[in-house]
Design a protein around this ligand. Structure first.
Ligand code: HPA
Length: 268
Protein backbone atom coordinates (compact mmCIF):
# COMPACT_ATOMS: atom_id res chain seq x y z
CA UNK A 1 0.00 0.00 0.00
CA UNK A 2 2.81 2.42 0.89
CA UNK A 3 4.34 1.89 -2.54
CA UNK A 4 1.01 2.43 -4.30
CA UNK A 5 0.44 5.67 -2.42
CA UNK A 6 3.89 6.92 -3.45
CA UNK A 7 3.36 5.86 -7.07
CA UNK A 8 0.07 7.71 -7.29
CA UNK A 9 1.41 10.78 -5.51
CA UNK A 10 4.44 10.86 -7.86
CA UNK A 11 2.14 10.64 -10.88
CA UNK A 12 0.00 13.52 -9.63
CA UNK A 13 3.06 15.62 -8.78
CA UNK A 14 4.19 15.23 -12.38
CA UNK A 15 0.83 16.62 -13.54
CA UNK A 16 0.57 19.66 -11.29
CA UNK A 17 2.86 22.53 -10.52
CA UNK A 18 1.30 23.74 -7.25
CA UNK A 19 1.43 22.39 -3.70
CA UNK A 20 -2.15 22.48 -2.43
CA UNK A 21 -2.65 22.01 1.30
CA UNK A 22 -6.44 21.97 1.13
CA UNK A 23 -8.29 18.91 -0.13
CA UNK A 24 -11.97 18.82 -1.00
CA UNK A 25 -14.23 15.82 -1.54
CA UNK A 26 -17.52 16.68 -3.17
CA UNK A 27 -20.51 14.41 -2.88
CA UNK A 28 -22.13 12.93 -5.97
CA UNK A 29 -23.88 15.68 -7.87
CA UNK A 30 -22.40 18.34 -5.59
CA UNK A 31 -19.83 19.63 -8.05
CA UNK A 32 -20.92 23.26 -7.99
CA UNK A 33 -17.84 24.32 -6.02
CA UNK A 34 -15.68 23.15 -8.90
CA UNK A 35 -17.10 25.86 -11.17
CA UNK A 36 -15.39 28.39 -8.87
CA UNK A 37 -11.94 26.85 -9.27
CA UNK A 38 -9.64 28.74 -11.65
CA UNK A 39 -6.32 27.80 -13.28
CA UNK A 40 -7.64 24.27 -13.42
CA UNK A 41 -5.89 21.03 -14.20
CA UNK A 42 -8.39 18.19 -14.48
CA UNK A 43 -7.25 14.62 -14.09
CA UNK A 44 -9.87 11.91 -14.76
CA UNK A 45 -9.79 9.14 -12.14
CA UNK A 46 -9.39 6.45 -14.80
CA UNK A 47 -6.01 7.92 -15.81
CA UNK A 48 -4.63 7.92 -12.26
CA UNK A 49 -2.55 4.84 -11.38
CA UNK A 50 -3.96 2.73 -8.51
CA UNK A 51 -7.16 4.76 -8.28
CA UNK A 52 -10.24 2.57 -7.95
CA UNK A 53 -12.01 1.85 -11.23
CA UNK A 54 -15.52 3.29 -11.34
CA UNK A 55 -18.41 0.84 -11.18
CA UNK A 56 -20.80 3.28 -12.80
CA UNK A 57 -20.31 3.58 -16.53
CA UNK A 58 -19.56 7.12 -17.64
CA UNK A 59 -19.64 8.34 -14.06
CA UNK A 60 -16.04 8.16 -13.11
CA UNK A 61 -15.08 11.42 -11.44
CA UNK A 62 -12.01 13.58 -11.68
CA UNK A 63 -9.41 15.33 -9.62
CA UNK A 64 -9.32 19.05 -10.11
CA UNK A 65 -6.32 21.06 -9.05
CA UNK A 66 -6.45 24.83 -9.16
CA UNK A 67 -7.19 27.96 -7.19
CA UNK A 68 -10.25 28.75 -5.13
CA UNK A 69 -9.91 32.46 -4.59
CA UNK A 70 -6.24 32.78 -3.63
CA UNK A 71 -5.82 29.29 -2.28
CA UNK A 72 -4.42 26.24 -4.05
CA UNK A 73 -6.82 23.33 -3.73
CA UNK A 74 -7.07 19.74 -4.81
CA UNK A 75 -10.69 18.69 -5.26
CA UNK A 76 -12.26 15.32 -5.90
CA UNK A 77 -15.40 15.62 -7.95
CA UNK A 78 -17.13 12.37 -7.07
CA UNK A 79 -16.06 9.87 -4.45
CA UNK A 80 -15.91 6.10 -4.07
CA UNK A 81 -18.77 4.61 -2.05
CA UNK A 82 -18.62 1.40 -0.06
CA UNK A 83 -22.00 0.35 -1.50
CA UNK A 84 -20.46 0.30 -4.98
CA UNK A 85 -18.47 -2.74 -3.90
CA UNK A 86 -15.07 -1.21 -3.11
CA UNK A 87 -13.40 -2.26 0.05
CA UNK A 88 -12.54 0.40 2.58
CA UNK A 89 -8.88 0.58 1.51
CA UNK A 90 -10.09 1.70 -1.94
CA UNK A 91 -12.74 4.09 -0.65
CA UNK A 92 -10.11 5.90 1.41
CA UNK A 93 -7.09 5.56 -0.91
CA UNK A 94 -7.46 9.10 -2.31
CA UNK A 95 -7.18 10.54 1.21
CA UNK A 96 -3.89 8.71 1.72
CA UNK A 97 -2.65 10.16 -1.55
CA UNK A 98 -3.77 13.62 -0.48
CA UNK A 99 -1.68 13.23 2.67
CA UNK A 100 1.35 12.18 0.62
CA UNK A 101 0.86 15.32 -1.48
CA UNK A 102 0.94 17.56 1.59
CA UNK A 103 -2.77 18.14 2.22
CA UNK A 104 -3.38 19.16 5.85
CA UNK A 105 -7.04 20.24 5.73
CA UNK A 106 -9.93 18.30 4.20
CA UNK A 107 -13.40 19.62 3.41
CA UNK A 108 -16.14 17.15 2.57
CA UNK A 109 -19.72 17.42 1.40
CA UNK A 110 -22.55 14.95 1.11
CA UNK A 111 -26.31 14.53 1.00
CA UNK A 112 -28.15 12.93 3.89
CA UNK A 113 -31.51 12.16 5.39
CA UNK A 114 -32.37 14.27 8.45
CA UNK A 115 -33.55 12.43 11.56
CA UNK A 116 -33.50 15.45 13.87
CA UNK A 117 -37.18 16.54 14.09
CA UNK A 118 -36.15 20.20 13.91
CA UNK A 119 -34.52 19.81 10.50
CA UNK A 120 -36.12 20.83 7.22
CA UNK A 121 -35.48 19.63 3.71
CA UNK A 122 -32.79 21.79 2.12
CA UNK A 123 -31.04 22.59 5.41
CA UNK A 124 -27.26 22.74 5.43
CA UNK A 125 -25.90 20.75 8.38
CA UNK A 126 -22.42 21.46 9.68
CA UNK A 127 -21.15 18.04 10.74
CA UNK A 128 -20.01 18.27 14.36
CA UNK A 129 -19.31 14.56 14.85
CA UNK A 130 -20.09 11.17 13.36
CA UNK A 131 -21.12 7.64 14.25
CA UNK A 132 -19.46 4.93 12.21
CA UNK A 133 -21.88 2.11 11.35
CA UNK A 134 -19.98 0.73 8.37
CA UNK A 135 -19.33 -2.99 8.80
CA UNK A 136 -15.67 -2.69 7.72
CA UNK A 137 -13.26 -0.28 9.39
CA UNK A 138 -10.86 1.48 7.02
CA UNK A 139 -7.98 1.08 9.49
CA UNK A 140 -8.49 -2.63 10.12
CA UNK A 141 -5.33 -4.62 9.42
CA UNK A 142 -1.65 -3.94 9.87
CA UNK A 143 -0.97 -0.37 10.92
CA UNK A 144 1.76 1.50 9.08
CA UNK A 145 3.22 4.05 11.47
CA UNK A 146 4.33 6.03 8.42
CA UNK A 147 0.62 6.73 7.89
CA UNK A 148 -0.50 7.23 11.48
CA UNK A 149 -0.83 5.71 14.90
CA UNK A 150 -2.46 2.32 15.66
CA UNK A 151 -5.20 3.76 17.90
CA UNK A 152 -6.07 7.20 16.57
CA UNK A 153 -7.83 9.72 18.78
CA UNK A 154 -11.23 10.77 17.43
CA UNK A 155 -12.23 13.31 20.10
CA UNK A 156 -12.26 16.11 17.54
CA UNK A 157 -12.83 14.33 14.24
CA UNK A 158 -14.27 17.58 12.84
CA UNK A 159 -12.18 20.63 13.66
CA UNK A 160 -13.86 22.84 16.26
CA UNK A 161 -11.98 25.81 14.90
CA UNK A 162 -13.28 25.26 11.35
CA UNK A 163 -16.81 24.67 12.68
CA UNK A 164 -16.69 28.00 14.52
CA UNK A 165 -15.40 29.82 11.46
CA UNK A 166 -18.13 28.25 9.30
CA UNK A 167 -20.77 29.40 11.82
CA UNK A 168 -19.45 32.95 11.53
CA UNK A 169 -19.41 32.85 7.73
CA UNK A 170 -22.98 31.54 7.62
CA UNK A 171 -24.15 34.22 10.07
CA UNK A 172 -22.44 36.96 8.08
CA UNK A 173 -24.28 35.90 4.91
CA UNK A 174 -27.52 35.13 6.77
CA UNK A 175 -27.38 31.53 5.57
CA UNK A 176 -29.38 29.16 7.76
CA UNK A 177 -27.23 26.32 9.02
CA UNK A 178 -28.02 23.54 11.46
CA UNK A 179 -25.48 21.35 13.22
CA UNK A 180 -25.41 17.69 14.02
CA UNK A 181 -24.06 14.19 14.14
CA UNK A 182 -23.76 12.31 10.85
CA UNK A 183 -24.41 8.58 10.96
CA UNK A 184 -22.51 6.73 8.23
CA UNK A 185 -24.09 3.54 6.99
CA UNK A 186 -23.57 1.37 3.91
CA UNK A 187 -26.75 1.88 1.90
CA UNK A 188 -27.62 1.56 -0.94
CA UNK A 189 -31.14 1.29 0.41
CA UNK A 190 -32.61 4.38 1.99
CA UNK A 191 -33.85 3.61 5.50
CA UNK A 192 -37.01 2.01 6.74
CA UNK A 193 -38.95 4.13 9.24
CA UNK A 194 -37.68 1.86 12.02
CA UNK A 195 -34.08 2.37 10.91
CA UNK A 196 -34.51 6.15 10.88
CA UNK A 197 -35.89 5.94 14.45
CA UNK A 198 -32.91 3.81 15.44
CA UNK A 199 -30.41 6.34 14.03
CA UNK A 200 -32.16 9.08 15.98
CA UNK A 201 -32.19 6.97 19.15
CA UNK A 202 -28.45 6.34 19.03
CA UNK A 203 -27.66 10.04 18.78
CA UNK A 204 -27.72 10.83 15.08
CA UNK A 205 -29.11 13.94 13.42
CA UNK A 206 -28.66 12.80 9.83
CA UNK A 207 -27.82 9.59 8.00
CA UNK A 208 -25.90 9.05 4.81
CA UNK A 209 -23.77 6.58 2.89
CA UNK A 210 -20.34 8.22 2.77
CA UNK A 211 -17.85 10.56 4.45
CA UNK A 212 -17.13 8.61 7.64
CA UNK A 213 -14.44 6.36 6.07
CA UNK A 214 -12.60 9.30 4.52
CA UNK A 215 -12.77 11.35 7.73
CA UNK A 216 -11.43 8.42 9.77
CA UNK A 217 -8.45 8.00 7.46
CA UNK A 218 -7.87 11.75 7.38
CA UNK A 219 -7.80 11.85 11.19
CA UNK A 220 -5.42 8.89 11.23
CA UNK A 221 -3.17 10.92 8.93
CA UNK A 222 -3.38 14.05 11.09
CA UNK A 223 -5.48 15.96 8.55
CA UNK A 224 -8.06 18.27 10.10
CA UNK A 225 -11.56 17.89 8.71
CA UNK A 226 -14.66 19.92 8.07
CA UNK A 227 -17.93 18.64 6.60
CA UNK A 228 -21.28 19.93 5.42
CA UNK A 229 -24.26 17.72 4.73
CA UNK A 230 -27.26 18.78 2.69
CA UNK A 231 -30.47 17.46 4.23
CA UNK A 232 -32.30 16.18 1.16
CA UNK A 233 -35.09 14.21 2.85
CA UNK A 234 -36.45 13.56 6.31
CA UNK A 235 -36.48 10.35 8.30
CA UNK A 236 -38.66 11.92 10.97
CA UNK A 237 -41.80 10.07 12.08
CA UNK A 238 -44.84 11.65 10.39
CA UNK A 239 -42.67 13.26 7.71
CA UNK A 240 -41.32 10.17 6.00
CA UNK A 241 -42.25 9.98 2.34
CA UNK A 242 -40.88 7.96 -0.54
CA UNK A 243 -37.34 9.10 -1.45
CA UNK A 244 -35.58 8.78 -4.78
CA UNK A 245 -32.03 9.43 -5.90
CA UNK A 246 -33.37 12.05 -8.32
CA UNK A 247 -35.05 14.01 -5.54
CA UNK A 248 -31.92 13.81 -3.42
CA UNK A 249 -29.93 15.28 -6.32
CA UNK A 250 -32.52 17.94 -7.04
CA UNK A 251 -32.57 19.24 -3.47
CA UNK A 252 -28.79 19.00 -3.36
CA UNK A 253 -28.56 21.11 -6.49
CA UNK A 254 -30.83 23.81 -5.23
CA UNK A 255 -28.83 24.55 -2.07
CA UNK A 256 -25.36 23.86 -3.42
CA UNK A 257 -24.53 27.53 -4.09
CA UNK A 258 -24.93 28.35 -0.37
CA UNK A 259 -22.68 25.47 0.59
CA UNK A 260 -20.16 26.57 -2.02
CA UNK A 261 -20.12 30.07 -0.54
CA UNK A 262 -19.40 28.76 2.96
CA UNK A 263 -16.71 26.36 1.75
CA UNK A 264 -15.01 28.97 -0.42
CA UNK A 265 -14.85 31.58 2.35
CA UNK A 266 -13.74 29.00 4.86
CA UNK A 267 -10.89 27.93 2.60
CA UNK A 268 -9.80 31.48 2.04
N1 HPA B 1 -30.49 7.94 3.91
C1 HPA B 1 -29.25 7.61 3.57
N2 HPA B 1 -28.53 8.31 2.71
C2 HPA B 1 -29.08 9.40 2.18
C3 HPA B 1 -30.38 9.82 2.51
C4 HPA B 1 -31.13 9.03 3.42
O1 HPA B 1 -32.29 9.32 3.75
N3 HPA B 1 -30.63 10.95 1.81
C5 HPA B 1 -29.51 11.22 1.09
N4 HPA B 1 -28.57 10.30 1.31
Amino acid sequence: MLQKIQETADFLRSKISTHPRTGIILGTGLGNLVTQITDKTEIPYQTIPNFPVSTVEGHSGKLIVGKLGNVDVLAMQGRFHYYEGYDMKDVTFPVRVMKALGIDTLLVSNASGGVDPNFEIGDLMIITDHINLFPEHPLRGKNFTELGTRFPDMSEAYSKDLIEKARQIAAKHKIKVVEGVYVGTTGPTFETPAEYRYFRAIGGDAVGMSTVPEVIVANHAGIRCFGISIITDLGVPGKIVEVSHEEVQQIGNSVQPLMTLIMKELIN
